[in-house]
Design a protein around this ligand. Sequence first.
Ligand SMILES: NC(=O)c1ccc[n+]([C@@H]2O[C@H](COP(=O)([O-])OP(=O)(O)OC[C@H]3O[C@@H](n4cnc5c(N)ncnc54)[C@H](OP(=O)(O)O)[C@@H]3O)[C@@H](O)[C@H]2O)c1
Length: 262
Amino acid sequence: MGKEKGLAVVTGASSGIGATYAARLAARGYSLLLVARRPDRLASLKEELSRAHRVDVETVIADLERPSELSDVEARVASGDVTFLVNNAGAGGLGRSAQVTAEQLERVIKLNVTALTRLSHAALTVFQKRNAGVLVNIGSVMAHSPSAGGAAYSASKAYVLNFTRSLQQEYADKPIQIQLVMPGPIRTEFFSSQGMSDSVFPSEAYLTAEQLVDAALVGLEAGEGVTVPSMPDVQTWNALEAARVEFMKATLSGKVASRYHR
Ligand SMILES: NC(=O)c1ccc[n+]([C@@H]2O[C@H](COP(=O)([O-])OP(=O)(O)OC[C@H]3O[C@@H](n4cnc5c(N)ncnc54)[C@H](OP(=O)(O)O)[C@@H]3O)[C@@H](O)[C@H]2O)c1
């Protein structure tokens, strides 16, 4: 079952965006390897998707913040049959930095940065050998928005942005697709499970996980490198990119700006 499309790995598959990716990829005929910490959620998703779509579904209970559990998943991804990886597991709306421990801040980095980096690397090694594969990294519009109360989170998503876009440059001449998906607010357990209000943003700003994932898959099929489903006009992104290019050019002046002269 699912032999033609191969194996899709989805991290954070037990709820929200990850569970929706799992359902959509099963419907497209992928076998699945679903990773998260909650065994009950993964077991019922496995039951539902294997029955509905007649694909093989494997579950791995792993806390990706823990090096040894991350290593096990990494070894599984590196073992060769993965054709599609969705790096979706993420967390981190902790509150103000002075009110949380350094360990809590570091956990955000371990999940959103280290796990995503190691799993991307493992998948790309396999894709390079096969000369094919799809890597989807779930970032956030918060990558562009410093946030008091979400310092490590928005910083981690800025990492996901630059890491993924740099990989796109490295693999530009290969038939390997790398997509950065940047959700705005999505109605999932993301806020409530971390003790945040479900109304961090105005209610009309939220999409459902289904809307987000379906749009992201349209973007993927269209060959987009960066997909921002809630952004009405792609010109908004193009303007940001143009400003970034201008900024880089401006920093190569070789002179100290006059405002810093004594
Ligand atoms: N919701 C939003 O508004 C929004 C906006 C922008 C970006 N995003 C991003 O979208 C992604 C998915 O979030 P979501 O909205 O779908 O939230 P969610 O429903 O809370 O899903 C988060 C998933 O990550 C898993 N996870 C959390 N910590 C983990 C760990 N240590 N090890 C392994 N798995 C872990 C959770 O499963 P277990 O608890 O079972 O481990 C769950 O399956 C995240 O990267 C998030 O940053 C969300």
